[in-house]
Design a protein around this ligand. Structure first.
Ligand code: FO1
Length: 332
């Protein structure tokens, strides 16, 4: 049963779970609306050690996006980047399949240095966010290592080998999150999801299998969502049977799941109070159990990002009003 001590509509903490590019876009829209009231719980399943450096791609995509310095053409890394380090590395015959720009490199070097000195990833990211003038909290899902690995037509592949080196070409048969069973969510993640003034929990339109599932596989997080005293809303990453970017629809086909928003709702079964789908999929509304909000979800501009964030928060506020009234309670 949900608490009736609910914050006033339009106020309170917002928690968003997100992975790479799609998630970071909505995260930016939300940060423009609620600023310091936003906590982003970010996937670290893509993290890896490369050339002796600790790389956290999804955290960094969120950091650069909210810091206003993301490379919009690439979809990862920094704007105004130069590649002298990579050219010199390739000249030496070093591993050049994973590109590290000169400015981006500073973040990886400093993170590696601080983690080795005993600082947590959570603390490091808090400092990096401050350095970029970001007021939202960018929280790794865990400070313990959780690594996404894929069972593919080419055997077992660590995430970045599959995603970057093999460009998602191998057929995916299964996905595992190594280390998840012994990991713990960080204290700020637990606090954010248990905040007494929690307004909404949002599952961003990130890849459900590769970006959101590792977060949900972190012990305790799924239960915190199930018990959340605020509506849990997902934004479907599927528009008109395709994903905006990345391998979501390809992986769904390979795992035998139709590329529909109904399938996204079923994937998150037991967690959601509502689903946001795109205008072009309005016809799917009747096929989905529970409340559905239809609105444009394609985020090309910062205004699109802010518009979608506003729609999601309004939807959440309307569901919260229903949750506060037991006769209109929404069943999960
Ligand atoms: N993605 C690529 O497709 N190619 C790259 O060379 C690459 C380098 C890279 C370096 C730092 C970083 O933070 C991200 C980087 N990404 C690269 C993106 C990243 O690997 C994936 O987009 C995410 O892991 C998926 O969300």
């Amino acid at each position: 049963m949900k608490t009736e001590l609910l914050p006033e509509a339009g106020k309170g903490r917002v928690v968003a779970l997100c992975g790479g590019v799609g998630g970071a876009k909505l995260a930016l829209g939300l940060s423009r609306l609620v600023g310091a009231d936003l906590s982003l719980v970010v996937n670290t399943g893509d993290d890896f050690e490369h050339l002796g450096l600790s790389i956290s791609p999804d955290l960094d995509t969120v950091l650069y996006t909210l810091g206003g310095i993301a490379n919009k053409e690439l979809g990862w890394g920094r704007a105004d980047e130069s590649w002298n380090f990579m050219q010199a590395l390739a000249h030496l015959g070093g591993e050049a399949w994973f590109q590290l720009g000169d400015r981006d490199l500073a973040l990886h070097v400093e993170r590696t240095h601080q983690l080795r000195a005993g600082r947590s990833l959570t603390d490091f990211m808090a400092g990096a966010a401050r350095a970029h003038g970001i007021t939202a909290s960018i929280l790794p899902m865990s400070d313990d290592p959780i690594r996404t690995t894929l069972t593919t037509s080419e055997g077992q592949l660590p995430f970045q080998r599959y995603f970057v080196e093999r460009r998602c070409a191998p057929t995916v048969h299964g996905i595992a999150f190594e280390g998840a069973s012994s990991a713990r969510p960080s204290a700020p993640v637990v606090e954010a999801l248990q905040a007494p003034d929690l307004r909404a929990v949002i599952l961003c339109p990130s890849n459900p299998f590769l970006s959101i599932d590792p977060i949900l596989a972190t012990p305790g997080i799924r239960a915190l969502l199930e018990q959340a005293a605020a509506p849990v809303i997902a934004v479907s990453p599927i528009i008109g049977g395709a994903a905006v970017k990345g391998p979501t629809a390809k992986i769904m086909a390979e795992l035998g799941v139709p590329a529909t928003s109904r399938a996204i709702a079923q994937h998150y079964e037991g967690l959601l109070d509502g689903l946001v789908i795109d205008d072009v999929d309005a016809g799917e509304r009747g096929t989905i159990d529970g409340p559905v909000h239809v609105t444009p979800t394609l985020m090309k501009t910062d205004e699109d990002r802010e518009h979608l964030a506003r729609e999601v928060l309004r939807f959440a506020d309307s569901l919260r009003t229903a949750m506060a009234n037991p006769t209109r309670a929404v069943a999960r």
